[in-house]
Design a protein around this ligand. Structure first.
Ligand code: SF4
Length: 223
């Protein structure tokens, strides 16, 4: 369900001010998820509470990002994408890439995707806390590289399940497929979890190693 809105964001659609809509629910259960609490919020009706305001603000904001949770599994998402495209908005998506079917069906309606590559493929079961078939994730990566004008692949470096070797494997995988870029994000501590983020120095070192395969950026450094 649609649960939250940021009406003006500079962070969610690179190069554009956008409105971001957050849907609850996810097909993964990462222990460091920052968005679990979103489920407690009251549902918001897209047609009556959101769309009229988006149309009113369209002269200023034409870019809309759908985020979560994992927005692609929400029962309303197809209607939301179709309605936004029909009304002339540019639609961006934040996703973990597992719902390849949705991405394949909508790939030509979406102009930006930020996709989380959670860790190296062999460790997905651990980080997502469920059995994960990584084939749909690999297919999503390929479709995004081929079809999406603007995209970002990013990994939050949660040291319990993501280390230097994992990042280098991902960078190599992306580089071999001619991805334009890769972003490493520093893990920010979550209440109740004792995992310590990597230091800036360590992250910069990982960045350097990944950059041999694909252009790699660093984001969210806290120390
Ligand atoms: S994939 Fe993202 S939204 Fe889903 S549980 Fe993991 S961190 Fe949370």
């Amino acid at each position: 369900m649609l649960k939250s809105v940021i009406w003006s964001s500079m962070l969610d659609y690179p190069g554009h001010v956008c409105t971001t809509l957050f849907f609850d629910g996810c097909n993964f259960a990462c222990e460091y998820c920052q968005n679990k609490d979103i489920s407690k919020a009251q549902a918001i009706d897209f047609e009556t509470e959101i769309l009229p305001k988006l149309l009113e603000r369209k002269p200023m904001i034409k870019h809309i990002v759908l985020s979560g949770g994992e927005c692609t599994i929400d029962p309303q998402i197809q209607n939301v994408v179709d309605t936004l495209v029909k009304n002339g908005f540019a639609v961006g998506l934040h996703t973990n890439g597992y719902n390849h079917e949705f991405l394949a069906k909508n790939i030509h309606q979406i102009s930006y995707i930020g996709m989380d590559v959670k860790t190296s493929f062999e460790k997905y079961d651990e980080i997502a806390a469920r059995k994960v078939d990584t084939e749909p994730i690999k297919k999503s990566i390929e479709s995004i590289i081929k079809n999406i004008p603007q995209y970002e692949f990013r990994t939050t470096i949660y040291p319990k399940f993501v280390n230097e070797e994992d990042c280098v494997k991902i960078a190599k995988y992306l580089g071999e497929r001619n991805a334009k870029q890769y972003t490493l994000q520093q893990y920010k501590r979550v209440e109740g979890i004792a995992v310590i983020p990597f230091s800036r120095e360590k992250l910069e070192n990982i960045q350097k190693k990944c950059s041999k395969y694909v252009k790699t950026g660093l984001r969210g450094l806290i120390k």
